[in-house]
Design a binder for this molecule. Structure first.
Ligand SMILES: Cc1ncc(COP(=O)(O)O)c(C=O)c1O
Length: 464
C-alpha cells in the first residue's frame, strides 16, 4: 500500500498514432531524439525523474547559497551520516561527477578495477584514468531463462552456483582469477554496485559485501560501494536474507555500506532528488584528496556542483528513501509491473530487480536477428503503439559484446500509477500480437564514439 497521495499533478497526452509515426521517423528511430511532450508514459530512466515530496519542496526554500560552509551542506552531511553512516561528504553535481572525483583520486594508469558490473559512466571514468575496468558478475546475472527458479528467503551466500535471489552479487571466483592473471598489486580498487544496474537491477546480499570486504583486504585494494540504489537493495536484503528479516531499511543500509572505504552516490536515484551526488568516506587522507579534485572539477567542497537548495532536497530525500513503507512499496511496484507484463505474455527477466523491468527482446521478436537490433525495434514499436518510451540495452547500446537483447522499462520513483503500468502492459501485448509485421533496423548514421552510439545514432527500418 502506498503511503503518500498526490497533491500536485502534471498533464500528459497520448499523441495520435499518425503523430507518433511521424515523430519516430523524424527521431531517426531513436527515442532519445523524441521530445518528452510527445511521450505518454516515459520509462527511459529512473534517474532524476522521480516526484519530490512536499517536505522536499519545502526544504528547497531553506537553501543556503553561501559559497563556503552553508547550512544546507551541514544538513546534507547530517543526513548522509544518519542514513548511510558516513560523517564526511564531498558533494558533486551528479553521480558521474562524484565518480570523476573519486576515481580520479584513487586510480593510476595501468591499474585494474573490479566491479560486479560497471555501469557505463563508471566504466568510462575508470578507463579515462588509464585503468582497466573488469566485470565480475555471478553466472546468474545474465541467465534470463532459469532466473527466478529459486528466489526466496535465504542466506545471501555467494557460492558460484549462486541462487537467483542475489543475481547482482560480485563473483569472488572471477575476481580471484583476474588477480591471478594480472599479478599481485595490479588491482587497486574493488567496486560493488548495489543494486547492480547493468545486471537488470538485481540485488546484492550483505553476505556478499562482507566477502568482498575480506577479499579487498587480502589484495590490499580500496573497497568502494556505488550506492545509487542502496535503499532498494536494502529492501531486497530484508526480504531475502534471513539475518535481516527483522531489521529496518536504514539499519541494513548502514550495515552494508559500513564495509566500504568509500561510497559514490548519484542522488538522482535513492536520494529522491532531480540532481546531485556525492562521495563519502571515513578515510581522512582520501577525503582530503577528493576535496582537492572536487575544487578543480565540481566546486568548493561544501557545495561541489550543487545549489544549496538541491542539497536540502537531497538531504530530505535520503531520509525518505529509507522509510520502510516507501522502500517496500518501491520494489513492490516494480514487481507488480513485472507481473502485469508477464500476464500480457511479455517475456521478461525474472526475478524482477529494483528499479526497472527488463524485457527479453530476443524472445519477443525471434524473427529479428541480433544484427538488426531486436531491442531497438521493440523500443520503437512500444512508442509507435502506445507512446511508451523505454531504452534498448543490447546489441545497439553495447556493440561487440555478448550482452542479451534487453529493453529496460525503468520506473521513476513515486510518479506513475497502476493505470499507467496497465497501459504499458497492454501496449506490449498488442506489439507482440502483431510481431510478424515488426521489421529490424539498420544504422543510418553513427557518432564517433561507438560506446555512446545509442544516445544519438539514427536508424532506419531494414527494407526487404
Ligand atoms: C550504478 C550507477 N552508477 C552511476 C550512475 C551515474 O549517475 P548520474 O546519472 O547521476 O551521473 C548511474 C546512473 O544511472 C548508475 O545507475
Amino acid at each position: 500500500m502506498v503511503t503518500y497521495r498526490s497533491t500536485m499533478v502534471e498533464r500528459i497526452d497520448l499523441p495520435s498514432r499518425e503523430t507518433r509515426e511521424r515523430r519516430l521517423e523524424e527521431a531517426g528511430y531513436n527515442v532519445f531524439n523524441l521530445a518528452a511532450a510527445d511521450v505518454f508514459v516515459d520509462l527511459l530512466t529512473d534517474s532524476g525523474t522521480g516526484t519530490m515530496s512536499n517536505d522536499q519542496w519545502a526544504a528547497l526554500i531553506r537553501g543556503d547559497e553561501s559559497y563556503a560552509g552553508s547550512r544546507s551542506f551541514e544538513r546534507l552531511e547530517s543526513a548522509v551520516e544518519d542514513v548511510m553512516g558516513f560523517p564526511r561528504v564531498v558533494p558533486a553535481h551528479q553521480g558521474r561527477g562524484a565518480e570523476n572525483v573519486l576515481y580520479g583520486t584513487l586510480l593510476e594508469e595501468g591499474d585494474v578495477v573490479l566491479n560486479n558490473t560497471h555501469f557505463d559512466t563508471t566504466r568510462a571514468h575508470v578507463a579515462n584514468q588509464g585503468a582497466d575496468p573488469v566485470d565480475c558478475p555471478v553466472d546468474a546475472a545474465f541467465d534470463l531463462e532459469s532466473a527466478g527458479a529459486d528466489a526466496g528467503a535465504g542466506t545471501g551466500a555467494d557460492s558460484e552456483t549462486d541462487s537467483h535471489e542475489f543475481a547482482g552479487n560480485f563473483s569472488l571466483e572471477r575476481a580471484r582469477s583476474v588477480v591471478d592473471d594480472a599479478g599481485e598489486g595490479a588491482v587497486s580498487v574493488v567496486i560493488q554496485t548495489i543494486t547492480n544496474n547493468s545486471a537488470a537491477g538485481q540485488p546484492v546480499s550483505v553476505e556478499n559485501t562482507r566477502r568482498v570486504r575480506r577479499f579487498a583486504d587480502e589484495i590490499d585494494a580500496t573497497f568502494v560501494i556505488d550506492a545509487c540504489r542502496f535503499a532498494e537493495n536494502a529492501a531486497f536484503v530484508r526480504e531475502r536474507e534471513n539475518e535481516f528479516s527483522d531489521a529496518s531499511i536504514d539499519e541494513i543500509a548502514r550495515e552494508q555500506l559500513g564495509y566500504a572505504d568509500a561510497v559514490v552516490m548519484s542522488g538522482k536515484k535513492d536520494g529522491l532528488a532531480n540532481i546531485g551526488g556525492f562521495v563519502a568516506t571515513t578515510d581522512r587522507d582520501l577525503l582530503a584528496e577528493c576535496k582537492q579534485r572536487a575544487i578543480l572539477y565540481e566546486g568548493f567542497p561544501t557545495y561541489g556542483g550543487m545549489a544549496g537548495r538541491d542539497m536540502e532536497a537531497m538531504a530530505v530525500g535520503l531520509r525518505e528513501a529509507v522509510e520502510d513503507a516507501y522502500a517496500t512499496d518501491r520494489i513492490e511496484q516494480v514487481r507488480t509491473f513485472g507481473r502485469l507484463l508477464e500476464d500480457a505474455g511479455v517475456p521478461i527477466y525474472t526475478p524482477v530487480g529494483g528499479h526497472a523491468v527488463y524485457l527479453d527482446a530476443a524472445a519477443a521478436l525471434p524473427h529479428v536477428p541480433s544484427a538488426e537490433f531486436p531491442g531497438q525495434a521493440l523500443v520503437c514499436e512500444l512508442y509507435r503503439e502506445g507512446g511508451v518510451r523505454g531504452v534498448e540495452l543490447g546489441s545497439f547500446a553495447f556493440p561487440d559484446t555478448d550482452r542479451p537483447e534487453l529493453v529496460r522499462l525503468a520506473l521513476p520513483r513515486r510518479t506513475y500509477h497502476r493505470d499507467h503500468l496497465e497501459h504499458v502492459a497492454e501496449t506490449a501485448r498488442t506489439v507482440l500480437e502483431k510481431r510478424e509485421a515488426v521489421s529490424g533496423l539498420e544504422l543510418a548514421s553513427e557518432p564517433s564514439i561507438p560506446e555512446l552510439r545509442h544516445f544519438t545514432a539514427e536508424l532506419r527500418p531494414v527494407s526487404r
